[in-house]
Structure formats: C-alpha cells, structure tokens
Design a protein around this ligand. Structure first.
Ligand code: FES
Length: 144
C-alpha cells in the first residue's frame, strides 16, 4: 500500500533565489524590454529596479537589499563611453570595486554581486546575464 511520505522524508524544497537587479533606464532596462518583446526568456527570479544611471546605485542600496532578503544583486548600466551622464558608469565601476571588497569583508561570497554593461540593443545579453547570475546564486544557495 502506497502512503504519503512523512514531512521529514520529503525532498527539501527547491531553493528559489531572490535576485534584485538595478538597471539603467537608458540601456539595460530597455534591453530587458527587448528581451521580453523578443520572447527571450530569462530567470523570473530576477526582479528589476529601474534607475536613471548605474552611477545612481549607491553601495548602501545593495547592502540593504542583501540585508533584507535578496540572495544576489546585479547592477547593469551603459557601456563605457555611452553613459547619458558621461561618467556615471565610471563612478559605478569604482564604487563597485569598493563594494565587492566590502562584501568579501562581510564574509559573503563576492559572486553575490555583479556589475555588467548591457546596451538597449542587447536583449539577448541581458537574458543570458540574468540566467547566468540566477544560476550562480542558485549554486551558492540562500544568503543566511
Ligand atoms: Fe546608463 Fe549612466 S546613463 S549607466
């Protein structure tokens, strides 16, 4: 006779990563739109927050996201030389270098934060990056 297994005998629930992406409105946010209209699927676990420029993403935004339940944070912006605010992405890159060191110093895996340049025309690249990052976070497991 088949019986339902006890709760303790069941497979552990699959880990569903919670990923926040801060995406520049001029480029990668539009790339996400393009991916959608092109029916290019990407991980539903990546939630996008539109920002005016990658340079607007303060490190405190990322740390707050990680402290409040995100398992990973992706920042995406215009390619070098294409920032609408000229040097916003340069600032973002310098800030990200400090952020990555801080994340490591806090005892977290540095792979939990990532910075990528993705133009409005790169819907495929946005989808690929989101999927890769989601897989990286899935392998790392939940942030405790
Ligand atoms: Fe896109 Fe600055 S406007 S990164």
């Amino acid at each position: 006779m088949m019986t339902e297994p006890l709760v303790a005998e069941r497979e552990p629930a699959a880990f569903v990563p919670r990923i926040l992406a801060f995406s520049c409105t001029w480029c990668s946010y539009q790339a996400a739109d393009l991916a959608g209209t092109s029916r290019r699927e990407y991980s539903p676990h990546v939630r996008i927050v539109r920002v005016p420029c990658s340079g607007r993403v303060d490190s405190s935004f990322v740390l707050k996201a990680l402290a409040n339940g995100a398992d990973g944070v992706l920042i995406t912006g215009c390619h070098p030389g294409d920032c609408h605010y000229v040097r916003g992405n340069i600032f973002a890159e310098k800030r990200f270098e400090r952020l990555a060191k801080l994340v490591l110093a806090l005892g977290l895996e540095p792979e939990r934060v990532r910075l990528e340049w993705i133009s409005a025309a790169e819907g495929d690249r946005l989808a690929k990056t989101a999927n890769e990052f989601a897989e990286t976070i899935r392998r790392l497991g939940p942030l405790k």
